[in-house]
Design a protein around this ligand. Sequence first.
Ligand code: GLC
Length: 740
Amino acid sequence: MKNVLIYCFAIAFLFIATDLHAQSHLYQDPDAPIDERVEDLLDRMTVYEKIGQMTQLNISMINTTGAASDFTLDEEKTRYLIKNHHIGSFINGDAVAPETWFTFIDGLSRVGMEESRLGIPVIYGIDHMHGASYLAESTIFPHNINLGATFNPVHAYQTGWVTAYESADIGHRWGFAPTIDLGVNPLWARIWETYGEDPHLASVMGRNFVEGYQGNEEIAPFRVAATGKHFVAYSDPRTGWDRTPVQLSMQAIREFHLPPFQAAIDAGIKTMMLNSGEVNGIPVHASYEFITELLRDEMGFEGVVLTDWADIEKLVDLHRTAKNYKEAVYQAVTAGIDVSMTPLNLDFNHALKELVDEGRIPEERLDESVRRILRLKFELGLFEHPFPRNDRLYRIGTEENRLKALAAARESIVLLRNENDVLPARDPGLIVVAGMSANSKRNLNGGWTLTWAGGTEEQYPDDMHTIYTALKNEYPDAEVRLIEAELRSNANRELFNSADLIIYAGGEEPYAEFTGNVTDLTMPQEQLSDVEFLSEFDTPLALVLVQGRPRIFTSVSEKADAILFAGLPGFEGGEAIANIISGRVNPSGRLPISYPMYTGHFSTYNHKPSGVSSSAIYPFGHGLSYTEFVYSDLQLNSESMDKDGSLTASVTISNSGDVSGMESVLWYITNHVGRISRPVLELKHFEKIELEPGESTRLEFEIMPMKHISYPDRYGNRLLEASRITLSVGDLSQEFNIVD
Ligand code: GLC
């Protein structure tokens, strides 16, 4: 009898246990397969809850004042938006202290979980473009234009890795980086956000950022999502002005603008943000061809597609492809967007609900997007770990991270000219520093730093160097004088005459997006006149270009003995520039863009044969060193191959100088025949090496025709004709043939 009773109790217990477990739904089971969790949750959601997951709102909608710098969570607004409108994502906010971010995101996340009927966590997105750029005390790397100049993928990887390491814990789980647009138009206000003009360089750097950012395992149990942006062909507007029309053949888009996005997809990037502009008359946000047929069906992207800022609205008030907002929503959702960065109202929610109620958009279409959104949130661990943590904030701004940013900055500075080897400046007695960027922190960082357009000097860290303070630190025994006003006054003549070195740091003030539109790429006359004036003295003159794009200074380019392209080198940029001027660091940067000579004529290095010879004052790939690298013995293991073959090229590089140095070895091909005209030069492989004086090394490059030489037609078919190919590396070249 006793055993019977025990047996009955055991059975009863099992039923109760099972039943309790059943009350926690499948989607809440962390051990269940994600696909099953997604379907289980999706089945439980109302139409309006699904629409809420497709909506992303700005921080101004949930704080008390609506300012980007206001981190007081308005719980009433937040509860309303999440309880009544089921909003799934929020974005933005200026750089504030880690604890402030933690408290804000913690409050938001808890309201999110409490008020979400099904316990769907919110996800926070932010523009950490070169480190955690909206987090005070964080590590700020050079912008992408500088990372491109390093020709060293490790720096893109480290930028991603450190950004995740410093910002995931406070709840930043969706980073709107990397920008993998192609920097082909020097007038474009956002060229500094790109890795430069070359598709292969941008592909390698973008892939490495994604691997570093999404692959960071130190942030466990969190994971983060990168964003490839801005899909696609955003960066070559005819006027050079941001978000103005692009006219580009599909063949050119496929050959030049798609590769960095394909590389990011192949690296597993989880989200994409769309180009705000129109391409060939169709706004990308309304283009089923671009979003669904190309990005998803052909390129295989399975992640979340996010609009850019208020870009559904722009279909009405900018592009005028939609007669009203509801039609704009219909166009964008039908084209394939998943999340609307609305971000300042609930118009998207109401319009989409009406479209579904009217049957114009089937619920199944919402399900497609919500599946991707839920999958993203499951993959990032948000359901199990929806709240930020503040027990590892010591990770932010560590010396180890700073040294990574310094290494990147050092390798990103390009020595363009060095007449009479005026640099490095050994043991100068008196250095005079002048120019708008000589003692500026914000100019070294550009936009997307602390605030959208770069913040005020006071917002930058007290211990951050400017070029001036870094030089004082670099030359403790020298006198370093700063001239901030009246540069061309007679009172300064004696000083300039008696100096051992004059450093003029010109360039640009920070800007972001359309605020950076210009009508003339020429360096401001004030600066040109300053350089002209300073060149009159017998004192060696070094020009340092601190700028987001290549401002034209041809008229004075031979007036300066030395010229450094500093770009936007980040918080460690001042120190990096001083290290190079003193010779502590041997410069190894190379231009990732063609530096134009004329305001009326721009050309990339990989122009077509009928294009004019590149009119660059300094070409893509140009960069000097304090040592000499000699290329020798370029060998091919075959003189011809068929389309499925491969051949291996090898070359010796030697450091023939008397200082160690890093060298980016760039391998180019020229395909001499193609039924679609072939670029005069194409970068197909690069690697960076370091050699001691007298040291040599031999490098190889295995060339596979379909991978390295074929090219797409307008439909994406790969073409490759029998042809003569020139392979060039350094100052050497060899030919081989592709045979049928
Ligand atoms: C901006 C930018 C985009 C950024 C987004 C969110 O309009 O185009 O790069 O990620 O808004 O700030």
